[in-house]
Design a protein around this ligand. Structure first.
Ligand code: NI
Length: 166
């Protein structure tokens, strides 16, 4: 664990403490860690779409809109290699919130998410993507060329979850 000491002027420190408490943080270290994670997520999302990721895609839609619900289900089945699980919440009589957990190549996950978000009638679409070091152990072992599930490595220290997820 590294210790960082940072200097802030009084005004900035005061504003930071205010926002921190509003957001429910009790100590500055955790607030700063989350800020850094946010920054890293932003940087990662701007990088070329290489590597693997685990991601959540959330969106709202009106299930009365013709064919939209079945279109979304079909999209998920078409990409069953990427979609791990979907949570469906009936928000009210008309609106549904769906949260899809995705796992796979960053390029494919982004492409799928962009397609869903751009679908007519889908609102508040948001993708939260975490780059992860995945090793296609099973794919390699079974010589699955494509569409097999990627699994995180368990053995090498540099591929542990702690190392991969900041
Ligand atoms: Ni619903």
């Amino acid at each position: 664990m590294e210790r960082l000491t940072i200097s802030l002027n009084d005004k900035l420190a005061e504003q930071f403490d205010l926002v921190m408490h509003k957001r429910g943080y009790f100590n500055r270290s955790e607030a700063v860690r989350d800020l850094i994670r946010d920054l890293l997520d932003t940087v990662h999302s701007e990088e070329p779409d290489e590597g693997h990721c685990i991601a959540t895609l959330s969106y709202v839609y009106n299930h009365h809109e013709s064919e939209l619900a079945s279109l979304l289900i079909a999209a998920q089945h078409d990409h069953h290699d990427l979609t791990v699980s979907t949570m469906h919440v009936h928000m009210d009589h008309d609106n549904c919130l769906e949260i899809v957990v995705l796992n796979g190549s960053t390029r494919k996950v982004k492409h799928f998410a962009q397609r869903v978000i751009a679908t007519r009638g889908v609102r508040h679409g948001k993708l939260h993507l975490l780059p992860v070091d995945f090793v296609d152990e099973r794919d390699a072992a079974r010589n699955v060329p494509h569409g097999g599930h990627a699994h995180p490595a368990h053995e090498p220290a540099e591929h542990t979850e702690d190392a991969a997820l900041v």
